[in-house]
Design a protein around this ligand. Sequence first.
Ligand code: ZN
Length: 60
Amino acid sequence: MVDPTSELGEDVDEADAPECAACGEKIIQSPTHRVVTWVEDGRVASRHFCSPECKAEYDG
Ligand SMILES: [Zn+2]
C-alpha cells in the first residue's frame, strides 16, 4: 500500500527517478520539480520537469 504522505522525491532510487523532459536531467528530491499530467487515449500521461524554466522552455 502506498503511503499517501510520501510525496514525490522521498527515497527515490536514481534508477527510478524521472527525467526532465526538457534537459534530460534525473530529478531526485528537487524542490523545483514540476509534473504535468494529462489524459491521453483514456490513460493518464505525465511529463516531468526539473524546474519551471525547463517547463517554459519545453512549452516554447
Ligand atoms: Zn530540466
